[in-house]
Design a protein around this ligand. Structure first.
Ligand SMILES: [Zn+2]
Length: 489
């Protein structure tokens, strides 16, 4: 917009944090001008320990327990919308949710001096839980772009980048940058995998230890080792399991189809059982129907009577197997009580990529079938701005929005919102996270959107994030902060 005409400051809409200005252009038309930072929050919260969010809506599936006298809104629950939303007022006191009441009933019982914030039917979500990321690789795109966008190239160029650049400072700054992104978007807990061959493990664990302390109270940070499973058949693999145990981390790795797969998986379960560790496997990230490492992991968990938590990630090959083969694997997975983590954005980027050819198969695992089998399914970010996925910003809402569109999770939307909240929280052993309930910490994301349709149609950059009862600064870090690291002059 040309800097012509007269600016007239007007009173902001009462629900906006900052005032806007209307430009009266020379031709008499009006344009809104929001200043250099257009992503302003849609409401302003009082900086007091006690207030009410009134006239909000909570997805029923995200309530920790059904709230008496808070039924779903009938006209939205009915056909054709099929959105189960509960109208509610929420009391926040000293950092906790102390009441969830039907609209217009709760605040009547409290003094008028307690502030009330009108949500105008906007959605109230719990904070996101991002169970699968690779912060050690993230934010490196300019330094190490993927030359052709394929999986093979990603593996190749990341190895070179790691050998050349991954010292403590480099890892710390890129990982901390990503945590700032994640936190600002409204995430409260996050698991990162870290490449763990040789001396890489000690360096990564040292940085993660520092970040875990610095982010304590804001982000619950978990870490899982990442090596190919054959590594655990070596003395170095045993040493890695000891390092993982000492760090309070999760034992993880990539399972590949190979003649020694069963021995490798058995060894990993034995190492984990001896040390009381949970397990996290990358499996079957391919479009080869012969890849059935998921089944091998499920059978091994049952064979070992393994008591810890086990999750398997990607599981792309399920999407190209016959219903009979897929069903046989899902039977084992359900019996073994293994959680599945889908990474749709990364899958879309890497799977079925060939030069000058439209991708036919998208590689996202069988989300609907897993749900029908009663298998816990989470959806997560995976890589961000690195050779495995060039884009992304560790935004739980973006992940959910894209997954909904890719996987047709919307007719009905049902309880799919749990895939980025309570289900990953359960799989991470955080039973209080990712849901809204009485007595729980007030860790919430507030949206202007009133329905799932409105929510999934826009990025919701004007969302408000509440942590322990206080709104946080949702300003995203500037990519320029990393210019010197990634080779931008
Ligand atoms: Zn991964």
């Amino acid at each position: 917009m040309a800097p012509m005409g007269q600016f007239v400051t007007i009173a902001a809409h009462p629900t906006r944090r900052r005032s806007s200005e209307i430009k009266i252009a020379d031709n008499g038309t009006q344009d809104f001008y929001d200043g250099p930072d257009a992503a302003v929050a849609f409401i302003s919260l009082p900086q007091t320990p006690h207030f009410w969010l009134v006239n909000g809506r909570i997805p029923q599936s995200l309530l920790a327990t059904p709230v008496a006298h808070c039924p779903v809104i009938p006209e939205l629950a009915a056909f054709p919308f099929a959105e189960n939303l509960v109208a509610a007022d929420v009391e926040i006191r000293d950092g906790y949710i102390t009441a969830i009441a039907p609209p217009q009933t709760g605040p009547k019982t409290v003094p008028e001096t307690v502030p009330q914030v009108d949500m105008q039917q906007g959605l109230i979500w719990p904070c996101f839980v991002d169970i699968h990321t690779h912060l050690d690789k993230g934010q490196s795109w300019n330094r190490v772009p993927n030359p052709d966008g394929t999986f093979a190239s990603a593996l190749d160029v990341v190895q070179g980048d790691a050998e050349k650049y991954w010292d403590r400072e480099d890892l710390y700054r890129r990982m901390d940058f990503s945590l700032h992104c994640s936190y600002a978007h409204g995430t409260q807990a996050l698991r990162t995998h870290f490449d763990a061959f040789g001396s890489m493990a000690a360096t990564a664990l040292e940085v993660i230890h520092t970040l875990r302390q610095e982010w304590s109270g804001r982000l619950n940070l978990q870490a899982a080792s990442l090596v190919s499973l054959d590594y655990y058949l070596t003395p170095a693999g045993t040493a890695l399991a000891d390092q993982v145990a000492a760090a309070g981390a999760i034992l993880g790795g990539v399972a590949y189809t190979n003649p020694d797969l069963i021995a490798q998986v058995d060894r990993v379960f034995a190492l984990a059982a001896e040390r009381g560790l949970d397990l996290d496997f990358h499996v079957d990230e391919s479009l080869n129907p012969e890849d059935q490492c998921l089944r091998a992991v499920a059978q091994a968990k049952l064979r070992h009577g393994f008591a810890g938590r086990v999750v398997c990630d990607h599981c792309c090959s399920l999407s190209v197997q016959s219903p009979e083969v897929m069903g046989e694997t899902l039977k084992w997975v359900r019996e073994a009580q293994i959680g599945i983590i889908s990474l749709p954005l990364c899958n879309l980027y890497l799977q079925d990529r060939q030069p000058n050819r439209m991708p036919r198969y998208r590689g996202v695992t069988v989300l609907h079938e897993l749900k029908q089998w009663g298998i816990p399914v989470a959806i997560a970010s995976d890589n961000c701005r690195d050779p495995f996925y060039a884009y992304g910003d560790l935004d739980g809402l973006e992940v959910f929005t894209q997954a909904t569109r890719i996987g047709q999770l919307d007719r009905p939307i049902a309880d799919w919102a749990r895939t980025v909240t309570s289900t990953p929280a359960d799989l991470m052993g955080l039973p209080q996270a990712g849901r809204i309930g009485l007595g729980q910490s007030a860790d919430l994301v507030l949206f202007k959107a009133r329905t799932f349709n409105e929510l999934l149609s826009r990025p919701q950059a004007d969302r408000v994030v509440i942590r322990q009862g206080r709104s946080i600064d949702t300003t995203l870090p500037d990519y320029r902060e990393l210019d010197d690291l990634v080779g931008i002059a």
